[in-house]
Design a protein around this ligand. Structure first.
Ligand SMILES: O=C(O)CCC(=O)C(=O)O
Ligand SMILES: [Fe+2]
Length: 482
């Protein structure tokens, strides 16, 4: 937004309207306010950034003063998510710094080329890649409609699902670490447990968290509500279906092309924190206690995540505030994953190999059906979830922020031949305007070597979704060769 002041009350400003130039008659003492390119993009084109120019007065000098209110150079510019609910994104996502470069380079071409270049022409696919998922059929329904001797559709057949070696966690060298939060909090045992926590994040990227302090009934209420929700008739669940261009609600994630192979699962995603970003339309009203149990679970898991981040900062040797300020308001999302049974379980995948984008994920197995596998030394390791423990894993953001000390590890989910499997993950992410890059303290300790480029969080997420099916490739694209 620009505020223009006519310093000596001589007019000369003209704006282009419907292809013609119109003079602006200034009112003494008033400011002329105009919308700039960034606001046009952010409002998804609802507000207009209009071309204007200044003409010279034959007799009088003219002086004006403009105050520009711009975007922070480190943020990412894109249409506001809220405004995309009913429609398409009309502009691409871009870093403010990049945008300004394009702006000055194209400055002399009127309505800056920078903004026209950002206008989306063929938006449907591009946008599915950044935020939404292409619609695909409901897998629970598909599974129920199949006779036992019927083949699953070709799009679900994954030859790679069972060609790689899988080891199960009975060999003690392959048991993922167990971290005790009560020991971390107890001064007597804290140091020793902190060393174990650090080593789990560095060597494994995964651990199971016990004695985490989340009341048992908070967990059991949520588990019961989730199981009951997925038992509802399809129509009742579909009341919460994802809208185009959004991941929130009931549907799928990561489907970005019509050719792509599909996962044998349905998903339900909700934004939980900060509280003001909750969209209650998507919060199931059935079972009746569901909303309350999600809310309580959200509060409790956010506490655990904050506590873990503080200990991780301590282990990394940085001021906890430096890490925590990226997570101001503790943004949090929740995903329920429903994997129907599949007679050809050994031919399908519940969830393709991926890393989690967020900083820290807390995962619960809702029923006692195993299926999670993590990549360890080039093999897949099947994980045995401990009753009552959270499976915690380091996401991409934490790998980057820790300058590569902590590892974001690939994992996938398998399907059971005759039992449904349900899991629920809470993702703790940085604020929308955070710049994702290695913490300067850690870079300093690493002899000044930043192992990753810094990018705005939204730009990072765009890369994440578009590279989703390539395992860790989006992370590799940010990694510096050192
Ligand atoms: O269902 C699982 O065990 C894994 C789920 C998962 O990795 C995710 O939701 O990101
Ligand atoms: Fe995951």
């Amino acid at each position: 937004m620009t505020f223009l002041l006519h310093v000596n009350d001589v007019d000369g400003l003209q704006i282009k309207k419907d292809g013609k130039w119109f003079p602006v008659q200034s009112i003494s003492g008033a400011l002329v306010i105009n919308i700039g390119d960034i606001l046009e993009i952010v409002t998804n084109g609802k507000y207009k950034s209009i071309e204007h120019r200044a003409v010279i007065n034959p007799d009088k000098e003219r002086i004006s003063s403009a105050a520009f209110h711009g975007a922070n150079k480190s943020c990412t510019i894109s249409p506001l998510q809220e405004l995309l609910k009913e429609g398409k994104a009309r502009y691409k996502v871009i870093d403010a710094g990049e945008y300004l470069k394009g702006y000055f380079a194209a400055k002399l071409e009127g309505r800056s080329k920078a903004i026209s270049n950002l206008q989306e022409k063929e938006i449907a696919m591009a946008h599915a890649r950044t935020t939404g998922s292409l619609p695909v059929g409901n897998v629970q329904e598909l599974a129920q409609s199949k006779r036992s001797d019927e083949q699953v559709p070709e799009r679900y057949i994954r030859p790679e699902a069972h060609t790689e070696e899988v080891i199960s966690g009975y060999d003690s060298t392959f048991v993922i670490p167990i971290i005790d939060l009560s020991k971390l909090c107890d001064p007597q045992s804290s140091h020793e447990e902190l060393v174990r926590l650090g080593s789990a994040c560095q060597q494994w990227g995964f651990f199971q968290l016990i004695n985490h302090g989340v009341p048992e009934e908070v967990i059991s209420d949520l588990k019961k509500n989730i199981s009951d929700f997925f038992k509802l008739p399809l129509e009742a669940k579909k009341a919460y279906s994802q809208l185009p261009n959004s991941l929130e609600g009931y549907g799928q994630v990561f489907v970005v092309s019509e050719e792509q192979k599909l996962d044998w699962a349905d998903m339900f995603y909700l934004v939980l924190r900060p509280n003001e970003s909750r969209d209650m339309r998507f919060w199931p009203a059935c079972p009746p206690s569901f909303r309350t149990s999600i809310d309580r679970y959200s509060t409790e898991t956010a506490k655990v995540a904050r506590c873990l981040l503080e200990f991780m900062a301590k282990h990394l040797g940085v001021e906890p505030e430096l890490l925590l300020e990226m997570f101001h308001g503790q943004p949090q999302g929740l995903r329920m994953n429903y994997y129907p049974p599949c007679r050809q379980a050994n031919k399908v995948l519940g969830m393709s190999p991926h890393t989690d984008a967020a900083c820290l994920t807390l995962l619960l197995q809702v029923n006692d059906v195993p299926g999670l596998q993590i990549r360890k030394d080039g093999k897949w390791l099947a994980l045995d979830a401990l009753e009552g423990a959270f499976i915690v894993n380091v996401g991409d953001v934490l790998e980057i922020v820790s300058n590569g000390k902590y590892k974001s590890v690939e994992h996938r989910a398998m399907v059971h031949p005759n039992r449904e499997r349900i899991s629920v993950a809470v993702f703790h992410r940085p604020c929308q305007d955070a710049l994702i890059g290695p913490l300067p303290e850690l870079v300093k300790n690493d002899g000044g070597k930043a192992r990753y480029s810094s990018v705005g969080y939204l730009d990072f997420m765009k890369r994440y979704y578009s590279a989703k099916l390539d395992g860790r490739n989006h992370l590799e694209s940010l990694r510096h060769e050192l």
